[in-house]
Design a protein around this ligand. Structure first.
Ligand code: PMP
Length: 414
């Protein structure tokens, strides 16, 4: 795993990239849209939108069961995209890739399948204070069913994991460590390779939530050593409603299915049903075929970019944004870990984050305001929420400057 960035600062033609995103070219509330809500969901290039439309116009049929041309085309596209994800994650086996609705469903699958089969009373699941609710609530639900306990790694004031506390929490009862690679609320990049190593040394498995990481890192899950790696398509220029669970083959083979139905069986009889092999064992029912096609198109499109140059451009924008916020009186940045991706969380003195968000929206600027589905983290930091501006490589320096000017104007209303 390596962050895509720096060393090489090849020219990045942001206008050429932006021109491929139709949605970015519109006015909102009388101003050209400045979209800085990329940590929530990134926009889609025409290549992805067109691939989905093309699929429905020409190739749609149900997958895996038809004996006709369209079914073959749909199945080829569906399984071809699985192979693309396997390559994207560093060359894992395609059987290790399970299609889900997103990060949330991937974690629920692991909790309900692996968790219910393996967790016993007194076993421990280690989470952190900075997890998204998607990596907390499924574990609370499975803990309630099994009697397992949740232990929580604290976060420092700067927004980093307290690694000494993490080491101390690990023990012979630890069965699973589930940690986000990048904090969606603060942008903190966690030392996941070290976390996986320590989890394994304690005899536990490691699940890494890659939702916020996949658009910033070149992933190699084998080198990382993660047992489970999860992400959502919509944060990687793909459509909503599609996501990925990567898990090691031996784990998947041993895990019981979670949902039952068509596609996941070998033979069904009232006397007893047998299940098919991975990955289909975990893909009951007609899947989100168009979503998978869009995900495949997104990965192909990403492959046409110089991702180093794109990341360098994004890093430069973030540095500009962060410096402006740091210099602005009455603004308090939340999350100042040295290792961060392009997420700027902050508070404006005397204003509720939601009000700041609305006032920015009135100037055509889209940010997120609230708890970012990280209520325990907000409680730890003693704040109700933050305003979050998150940058993608299709943003421009002029947009960052517009955001800064708009925020200055917001401050005059408060
Ligand atoms: N984990 C993290 C770190 C996230 O940022 C998100 C989305 N905000 C999720 C999990 C949940 O992803 P989804 O809603 O796409 O399932």
């Amino acid at each position: 795993m390596s962050i895509i960035q720096t060393a090489h600062r090849a020219a990045f033609d942001v206008e050429a990239v932006r021109s491929q995103f139709p949605i970015l070219h519109q006015d909102v509330n009388g101003y050209p849209l400045v979209y800085l809500d990329n940590a929530a969901s990134v926009q889609k290039p025409a290549a992805v939108i067109d691939a989905i439309a093309h699929y429905y116009r020409h190739d749609h049929a149900n997958v895996h069961r038809g004996a006709h041309a369209l079914a073959t085309r749909a199945t080829d596209a569906f399984e071809g995209a699985r192979a693309k994800v396997a390559a994207f994650l560093g060359g894992v086996a395609r059987e290790e890739i399970i299609w889900t609705r997103g990060t949330t469903e991937s974690i629920n699958l692991v909790a309900n399948s692996w968790g219910r089969a393996n967790l016993r009373a007194g076993d421990e699941i280690v989470l952190t204070e900075m997890e998204h609710h998607a990596n907390i609530v499924p574990w609370q639900m499975v803990a309630a069913m099994t009697g397992a306990r949740i232990r929580v790694v604290p976060v420092t004031d700067a927004g980093e994991l307290d690694m000494d506390a993490f080491r101390n929490l690990l023990g012979e009862r630890t069965r699973l460590v589930a940690v986000t690679q990048v904090s969606n609320a603060l942008g903190t990049i966690n030392p996941v390779a070290e976390i996986v190593r320590l989890a394994h040394a304690a005899g536990a498995l490691a699940l890494i939530d890659g939702a916020q990481a996949v658009s910033h890192f070149v992933m190699d899950v084998r080198t990382l050593g993660a047992d489970f790696y999860v992400f959502s398509g919509h944060k990687l220029f793909g459509p909503t409603g599609i996501g990925v669970l990567y898990a090691r083959r031996e784990l998947l083979d041993a895990m019981p299915p979670w949902q039952g139905g068509g596609q996941m069986i070998e033979k069904v009889a009232f006397a007893g049903t047998t299940y098919t092999e991975v990955p289909w064992k975990f893909e009951a029912g007609t899947p989100n075929i168009a979503g998978v096609v869009g995900m495949g198109a997104a990965l192909e499109w990403l492959g046409t970019l110089d991702r180093n140059a794109a990341q360098a451009h994004e890093d430069a924008l973030y540095a500009r944004l962060d410096a402006a916020l740091a210099a602005m009186p009455g603004v308090r940045r939340i999350g100042t870990a040295p290792a961060r991706v392009s997420v700027a969380s902050f508070l404006v003195e005397g204003a509720h984050p939601t009000d700041v968000g609305h006032l920015l929206d009135q100037q055509g600027i889209a940010v997120r305001a609230g708890h970012h589905c990280t209520m325990p983290l907000m409680a730890r930091l003693g704040i109700p929420g933050t305003v979050r501006a998150s940058v993608a490589f299709y943003n421009t320096a002029a947009e960052i400057d517009r955001f800064v000017a708009a925020l200055e104007k917001v401050k005059t209303f408060i």
